[in-house]
Design a protein around this ligand. Structure first.
Ligand code: R1P
Ligand code: URA
Length: 337
């Protein structure tokens, strides 16, 4: 981003573009599908209505947002890359570009720890986090009584959205498909694709027994990936927040917005959580395509990925479209910014 940013606490440009996503109010819809890769985002966005022409923005930091309408309903598809820090940028910055409730479904890939083939789709009801303990002595494990990995308590996704996503996937699954859909399961989000997912690499990661330990200690655990726990966590925290400030939201993106903020001293600048409302919610769910079977060691083929992304992507749009969002604002610009 080349524009001047103000407010070190929550940096934005004069026309209210957030720092990493590059978006401003009006450019993101209340219903969002988030994915890891830009190609998955483009594939899902191919289902959006042709008119009004979808808005598209690739930020300098690699976040891609496509906002349009799906059968008349405003929806954004946002690709965020990998890992919980990127999920954090996405949820916090998109939230500040919106008023009203936010419905987010992540469509990602995962590894599967139970006996289910690649191509299975998992809709996790809850997630735990698996975090590498950097205070553990990996070079000399005998010298350390700390655990090498920490496992969090579970956090639950939104039960209504979870049901809707499961139903839409069951309806969209191709008739001749052998893909299973599992929804009464728990996911673990790890802070590495390798060490904290129990993969053996050249590094001394003290993780030989990690998968068995996870299966023994996390009830209903089925999958491993990297972002969903943080999404569910932020959504759950928002719901409990009683400190959100109640200032007026900025105007929508219909021309230059409040250009005078460029010269505003930090002490008077945009307040934290300026669109936050104690009476808004963030509802989150996820669907995960099993790319890697950690039991059989199979990995999905590119042809299978293409086919799966197609029907699961359409199902997520269908699920989001079905949700009733009373606080949703239909921006006249949305989809044609
Ligand atoms: C690792 O290959 C990536 O794949 C999974 C993991 O969570 C991680 O981001 O999700 P995506 O397919 O959505 O990127
Ligand atoms: N994504 C992950 O994070 N892990 C896997 O095994 C597959 C996809």
């Amino acid at each position: 981003m080349k524009d001047l940013l103000t407010d070190a606490n929550f940096p934005r440009t004069a026309d209210l573009r957030v720092y990493h996503l590059g978006l401003r109010p009006g450019e993101v819809a209340n219903r969002i599908v988030t994915v890891g890769s830009p190609s998955r985002a483009q594939m899902i966005a191919s289902f959006l209505d042709e008119r009004p022409k979808p808005f598209q923005l690739q930020s300098e930091r690699g976040f891609l947002t496509i906002t349009g309408r799906y059968q008349g309903t405003p929806i954004s598809v946002i690709s965020i890359g990998m890992g919980s820090p990127n999920m954090d940028f996405f949820v916090r910055e998109a939230r500040e570009c919106l008023s009203g409730d936010m419905y987010i479904v992540r469509l990602g890939s995962c590894g599967c720890l139970i006996d289910a083939p690649v191509g299975t789709v998992v809709v996790p009801k809850a997630c735990v986090a698996v975090v590498r303990n950097v205070d553990f002595d990996y070079a000399d494990p005998t010298n350390c009584d700390e655990p090498a990995y920490r496992i969090s308590k579970p956090v639950f996704g939104d039960s209504e959205l979870h049901l809707q996503v499961t139903k839409a996937l069951e309806e969209a699954r191709p008739k001749d498909s052998s893909n299973m859909i599992l929804s009464d399961v728990v996911n673990a989000s790890a802070d590495s694709f390798y060490s904290s997912q129990g993969r053996q690499t050249s590094f001394p990661d003290a993780n030989e027994n990690l998968i068995q330990h996870l299966l023994d200690t996390v009830k209903d655990l089925a999958t491993l990936e990297m972002e969903t726990h943080h999404l569910y966590h932020l959504a759950a925290c928002w719901g409990r927040s009683s400190t959100a400030q109640t200032t007026q939201p900025p105007p929508l993106a219909t021309g230059p917005v409040n250009p005078s903020t460029e010269d505003t001293p930090a002490s008077q600048s945009t307040p934290i959580a300026q669109l936050a409302r104690p009476d808004t919610s963030i509802k989150a769910s996820a669907a995960q395509m099993v790319f890697a079977s950690r039991t059989s060691r199979d990995f999905i083929t590119p042809e299978q990925v293409k086919e799966m992304e197609h029907w699961t992507g359409k199902a997520i749009l269908d699920a989001l479209k079905c949700m009733n969002i009373p606080s949703e604002r239909h921006h006249p610009e949305q989809g044609s910014v």
